[in-house]
Design a protein around this ligand. Structure first.
Ligand SMILES: C[S@@+](CC[C@H](N)C(=O)[O-])C[C@H]1O[C@@H](n2cnc3c(N)ncnc32)[C@H](O)[C@@H]1O
Length: 275
């Protein structure tokens, strides 16, 4: 049983507009909020810093540990984890367009034996129980219409004592849904999770909380950088994306920046352990 949001999200990420926009603006490896060291830092560099910072939480795992990336995009994190830590990574992702690019980059970077790419939905993970040593997810679970179900699925496929490291754009608890409407509309969401929601799901599953590191200002910085990049490269991006998409994206990004500045949104790294 999956939510309607799944079909809408798949259509969105598989559209040539969205695929081309994310691929070209982020640099082809990642689609998530960066940790910026300076205002002028390239989006791709800040995006890798997010991956590296999250990966520190898994640095005690041995080479060969099995990691599942849930909502893996183009698989940049998987390749990083395989290359730097020797993990075997399974990228699970709904978007066939992104999965094709992911497989191609794994071949090109000689990592195809270390990074698997599976077409699938994180509300119904196509894996046996207790398959993975860690589950990783970046800025993906927000796309679910049933986030508790995603946590339950993660719990099922993770071995006891396994690690969960995730980031997500979230709403601050108590913010009125109507105030978030323009934010939700940009990527066809019905609602957003909050830190309190995710802690509650984790507690219900008996996971222990290792750390919550919020970097809310990075959300504002990041969307401001993406908007600036879109404006700077508007002419060349027109080769890949429709004018309507870019116009809608500019408006949508402005709503995210505004909501972030008003303190309605949160973003950060959450780390749990199963059991
Ligand atoms: C903002 S992108 C992040 C991609 C990747 N985690 C990264 O950091 O580069 C959100 C991702 O979630 C994936 N996604 C959304 N809904 C999903 C679902 N129900 N099952 C699996 N993946 C999903 C999208 O296809 C997309 O790759």
């Amino acid at each position: 049983m999956n939510s309607n949001v799944v079909e809408v999200t798949k259509e969105y990420y598989d559209s040539s507009d969205a695929d081309n926009f994310y691929f070209h603006v982020w640099g082809g490896e990642d689609i998530h909020i960066g940790l910026y060291a300076s205002d002028s830092e390239p989006i791709a560099d800040a995006s890798v810093r997010t991956v590296a910072t999250m990966a520190e939480r898994l640095s005690h795992l041995p080479s060969g540990a099995r990691v599942l990336d849930v909502g893996a995009g183009y698989g940049g994190a998987g390749r990083y984890l395989a290359r730097k830590h020797g993990f075997h990574v399974t990228c699970l992702n709904l978007s066939l367009a992104q999965n094709e690019r992911n497989r191609q980059m794994n071949q090109e970077q000689n990592l195809a034996d270390k990074v698997d790419v599976i077409d699938g939905d994180f509300e119904n993970l196509p894996f046996e129980a207790d398959t993975f040593d860690a589950v990783w997810s970046q800025d993906a679970i927000l796309h679910s219409g049933n986030r508790k179900r995603v946590f339950e699925e993660i719990d099922r496929v993770l071995r006891s004592g396994g690690e969960i490291v995730l980031t997500d754009p979230m709403q601050k608890s108590g913010v009125d849904k109507e105030a978030l409407r323009p934010v939700l509309d940009r990527i066809h969401l019905e609602s957003m999770g909050s830190v309190a929601d995710y802690k509650a799901f984790a507690a219900d599953l008996g996971w222990s909380l290792r750390s919550v590191d919020l970097h809310n200002h990075q959300l504002v910085d990041h969307y401001s950088r993406v908007l600036a990049e879109l404006r700077r490269r508007e002419n060349s991006l027109r080769e890949h994306c429709s004018a309507e998409y870019m116009e809608r994206m500019q408006k949508g990004l402005a709503h995210w920046i505004e909501a972030g500045k008003q303190g309605r949104l949160e973003w950060g790294i959450l780390h749990f352990r199963k059991g």
